[in-house]
Write a protein that binds this ligand. Structure first.
Ligand SMILES: [Zn+2]
Length: 489
């Protein structure tokens, strides 16, 4: 029986068009999902949309739509991103307005409340709607959120429910000492250090509800009609409602044993998220799971941001945003995946501009990989009588080690090192000349090149699945590609 593996992205807010940062996050999660599947795991990949909250309520008002009509009108843009990015077809897409999710969020609240970790109090706090986070004075610069300098900080005075985050300091610190085959709980290590330091300073209880009259777009708090859940007890719960908590309903169908299979038998979920979600996913959510009596996650992988040139934050006003769908239309799905995986750091901020994209495409796909496939297969189909024996392709250990540590960029560098080595071999041995004087030696070099190309195809499977398939097919059939794999742009 194959082992289960559960991986999830965060859910982007539907208050704006899908962002390149989200595109990169889901491509990364998909690479890991495909890699696990290639290695015999049964995989559940979860993504979707976060559809409640004040930002969405305000946005819907701008368009003179009901919040539900607004989110319904925009969710299609997020769904169509999945096939455009070549995400596995059976990826789960959850909406936080799904009836099953709403029921699960209320059930989750009840469980935490029953265990004594929810209480009500009067309070006043500064709040950044951009971050959906409460801010202390020390986190503000000139009274503004440094991440959202154009938005006013709101002051909220009301009676709300609170989550006893402070009760979980020790348990969280214990969780962080967990070491899965050399990996820290949060990947990379630098982010683990950051969150450990945050928890060591002492987690503060945070508010988890709002007055319904002020914020009507949210899931009702159980047994209190005047309050709705605020972000965390709604959106974060999707990671367990998606896999069938509490009643084994998945994507609208009854799937007995589903939650146990994906959440417990896997040893915990693997979560991808941006660095702005570090605290929410690796501390707040873990404490919430503990409070509800559910298993904690296995690994949290923290992405960097995608920036404009020179590390400048992308923004509409600067005109340096990049539309992932436009790039896919011009360069194709496989090129988009390539850029997200090899040209962007998996953990740190890195830039994406249309010019950088085009240069990387021409240098590494049209010239690098595409050209190698054409050259090798032209020689093979001309000078070999049949496809050569391909040795049982073993994936290089450095590739395996890198991808198992979620360093998919380092794994893809192994592939491009193989490409350079094959190019160098052609230059040094000149097989198309050698074959005219020594047929056996020439054929041996070409067969070796075919084997190398095949290994490249196998490694590319999780990264660029269509290209991988095409390369393995051409080598096995001993055929030239009918057209270049990547046309120069
Ligand atoms: Zn902010």
């Amino acid at each position: 029986m194959s082992k289960p593996f559960y991986i999830t992205t965060t859910l982007p807010y539907v208050n704006a068009e899908p962002h390149i940062g989200f595109a990169a996050e889901i491509v990364r999660a998909d690479v890991i999902a495909r890699w696990k599947r290639q290695n015999g795991f049964d995989v559940f990949l979860n993504t979707g949309t976060d559809e409640h909250g004040l930002k969405i309520f305000q946005k819907a008002e701008q368009f003179h739509l009901s919040p539900q009509a607004y989110v319904d009108s925009i969710v299609g843009k997020f769904k169509e991103l999945l096939p455009a990015l070549g995400i596995i077809e059976d990826a789960n897409f959850i909406r936080t307005t799904d009836p099953h999710h709403i029921k699960a969020a209320q059930e989750f609240w009840r469980a935490v409340s029953k265990n004594g970790y929810i209480y009500k109090k009067n309070y006043s706090v500064k709040y950044c709607v951009g971050c959906e986070l409460e801010k202390t004075e020390s986190e503000l610069v000139d009274g503004k959120c440094p991440l959202h300098p154009l938005q006013e900080i709101e002051t909220i005075n009301e009676e709300n429910y609170f989550f006893k985050f402070s009760a979980f300091q020790k348990q969280l610190l214990d969780l962080y000492t967990k070491n899965e085959s050399g990996l820290s709980f949060v990947v990379p290590d630098t982010r683990q250090k950051e969150i450990s330091a945050f928890v060591e300073r002492g987690p503060q209880d945070f508010s988890i509800s709002r007055l319904k009259e002020k914020m009507p777009w949210g899931i009702p708090v159980p047994d209190d009609d005047a309050q709705v859940m605020y972000v965390w007890f709604d959106a974060l719960v999707n990671y367990v409602s998606a896999i069938g908590w509490p009643d084994d309903f998945v994507a609208g169908k009854s799937m007995p044993g589903s939650f146990k299979n994906w959440c417990i038998d896997t040893g915990g979920m693997v979560q991808y998220c941006g660095k702005d979600n570090l605290r929410q996913q690796s501390a707040m959510w873990q404490a919430m799971l503990m409070a509800a009596g559910l298993p904690t996650s296995k690994t949290i992988v923290i992405d960097g941001f995608i920036t404009g040139d020179g590390g400048v934050k992308m923004s509409k006003s600067l005109g340096n945003t990049v539309d992932p769908i436009a790039l896919v239309k011009e360069f194709g799905t496989e090129a988009m995946r390539y850029y997200c995986i090899r040209e962007l750091s998996p953990f740190e901020d890195s830039p994406c501009t249309p010019l950088r994209f085009k240069e990387a495409y021409n240098a590494n796909l049209a010239n690098g990989l595409g050209n190698l496939v054409s050259r090798v297969m032209k020689m093979a189909s001309t000078y070999l009588d049949k496809a050569p024996e391909i040795p049982e392709s073993s994936i290089p250990v450095e590739f395996v080690q890198a991808i198992e540590k979620f360093d998919i960029q380092a794994a893809s560098h192994v592939v491009w090192r193989y490409i350079s080595e094959a190019d160098r071999l052609i230059q040094e041995k000149v097989p198309f000349t050698l074959i005219k004087t020594d047929k056996i030696a020439g054929q041996a070099v070409i067969s070796d090149l075919c084997a190398r190309l095949y290994a490249i195809g196998v490694m590319l499977n999780p990264v660029m699945p269509e290209t991988s398939k095409a390369i393995m097919y051409l080598v096995k059939e001993n055929k030239m590609p009918s057209a270049p794999l990547f046309l120069r742009k």
